[in-house]
Design a protein. Structure first.
Length: 311
């Protein structure tokens, strides 16, 4: 027996102090009452995992989403993924819908304009009336300018239905009356020739803009200067011709106008077609249609001055 002042050794089995737990914890019956299997033993601090616990899993590193060159997909899969991505197809579909809408509007505008020109040219009483009353020309000219300013200065009406359709209709009618009044002054043969030349030029420019790699939209500053020169030349020519008619000056101005508006037509066509430095928003289909329609009408009027003889 040991001294009573010293703590009892571990060999003394006291029922109240059974001693430290054995390594690995106390055993549990393999099957608990009721038929359920026993849980594995709890691990002790500082000891390794017992056989009943799985080994720790290695850390999982997420795969990067931005693949570099030569990583991720192979070359063929990357080419297919980049060429036929859903975003590109959506943008292309929107652009094609926009182009169809613009040229459908232009077709309707040109049909209305041709019908008005035909009435003013082939119906003799109407032609005589507008030739005797030039206020029809001036009223239509000012209505065209007012609608043009409203469309291009105020962005909300041209994008909001039904104001955009109303402005488009008024502009088309005003432009048609103005062109019909000008056509009534010339012979019928000259009007038909001018229409054919204008149609050939417009179709050729459109096909050229579809095929060419030349980007006219990158020369916006040049076209602005060209428009200013054209406006100043027109004012000077109108003042000079109001005092004395000079045939060669009139022809030079008409040729310059036809060339300038042909270039403007190429510029506006590329704005509508897209895939260039500058494009028109799909919401501005009214603007795109009015720009191309105005270019075509002015080409017709300048060509008519070149090939036509006044009645």
């Amino acid at each position: 027996m040991s001294s009573p002042s010293a703590p009892p050794p571990y060999e003394d089995r006291n029922p109240l102090y059974p001693g430290p737990p054995p390594q690995g914890g106390y055993g549990q019956p393999s099957v608990l009452p009721g038929g359920y299997p026993a849980y594995p033993a709890y691990p002790q601090p500082g000891y390794g995992h017992p056989a009943g616990y799985p080994q720790p899993m290695p850390p999982i590193h997420p795969m990067p989403m931005n693949y570099g060159p030569g990583q991720g997909y192979d070359a063929e899969e990357r080419a297919v993924s980049e060429s036929f991505g859903p975003g590109e197809w959506d943008d292309r579909k929107v652009r094609h819908t926009f182009i169809r809408k613009v040229y459908s509007i232009i077709s309707i505008q040109l049909l209305i304009t041709v019908a008005i020109i035909a009435i003013f040219t082939f119906v003799k009483p109407v032609g005589d009336f507008v030739r005797r009353n030039l206020f029809v020309y001036y009223v239509s000219y000012h209505c065209k300018n007012c609608n043009w300013t409203q469309v291009f200065v105020a962005p909300l009406p041209r994008r909001r239905f039904p104001w955009n359709i109303i402005l488009l209709t008024l502009f088309t009618l005003a432009m048609g009356f103005m062109t019909g009044t000008i056509s009534s002054v010339y012979e019928t043969k000259a009007v038909i020739i001018a229409m054919i030349i204008t149609a050939v030029v417009s179709i050729s420019v459109t096909i050229f803009c579809f095929q060419t790699k030349v980007d006219f939209t990158s020369c916006t500053g040049l076209f602005c200067v060209l428009g200013i020169v054209m406006m100043v030349t027109g004012i000077v020519t109108a003042i000079v011709l109001s005092f004395k008619y000079i045939y060669w000056l009139h022809m030079v101005y008409a040729a310059l106008g036809a060339i300038c508006f042909t270039l403007f037509l190429a510029y506006d066509t590329q704005l509508v077609l897209g895939n260039r430095k500058h494009t028109i928003s799909p919401e501005d289909y009214i603007t795109g249609a009015l720009q191309i329609y105005t270019d075509i009408i002015y080409i017709f009027t300048f060509v008519l001055q070149l090939v036509g003889d006044r009645n």
